[in-house]
Design a protein around this ligand. Structure first.
Ligand SMILES: [Zn+2]
Length: 147
């Protein structure tokens, strides 16, 4: 699509140069008037094509962003909100979304809101899961000695 527009712009530039050459001949006033009209039309067409090209670039960027968002969402769809400890809410990998050899894990709910998957890391068996990105702890299990 963009290469077609680029080709059109190149052709219009060539047509404009030829038309300028015709206008420079100073042969006939009527020819010069028509050449001037043609130059105006060519300039309008170039403007429209440039606008279309800019719009296509904009739409391509939006498409890229939408695809990125969809990919990210698809990844988040693998998790379900869980309460591994009363009052502690984190996102847990759904068992039906678990990949072969992928360990069960939780991800940080704060980083998820930012669109980032960050696996919580267990800390010294105290029942806490640390997010190494935002440095927050979440209770994901019982502390030793707690029944
Ligand atoms: Zn986090």
């Amino acid at each position: 699509m963009l290469d077609i527009i680029a080709t059109g712009l190149t052709a219009l530039t060539a047509a404009r140069d030829i038309t300028k050459g015709i206008a420079g001949l100073k042969e006939d006033v009527a020819v010069q008037i028509k050449a001037a009209e043609l130059l105006t039309i060519i300039a309008d067409a170039q403007g429209s094509l440039n606008e279309a090209q800019a719009r296509i670039y904009e739409l391509q960027a939006q498409l890229r962003d939408a695809r990125d968002a969809l990919a990210k969402r698809a990844d988040f769809d693998r998790y379900a909100l869980a309460e591994p400890y009363p009052g502690s809410y984190v996102w847990k990998l759904r068992s039906d979304a678990r990949l072969p050899d992928e360990p069960m894990h939780y991800i940080c709910p704060l980083c998820k809101e930012e669109g980032v998957v960050t696996v919580l890391q267990a800390t010294d068996g105290d029942g806490l899961g640390l997010c190494k990105k935002c440095r927050k702890n979440f209770r994901i299990g019982l502390a030793p000695g707690v029944a």
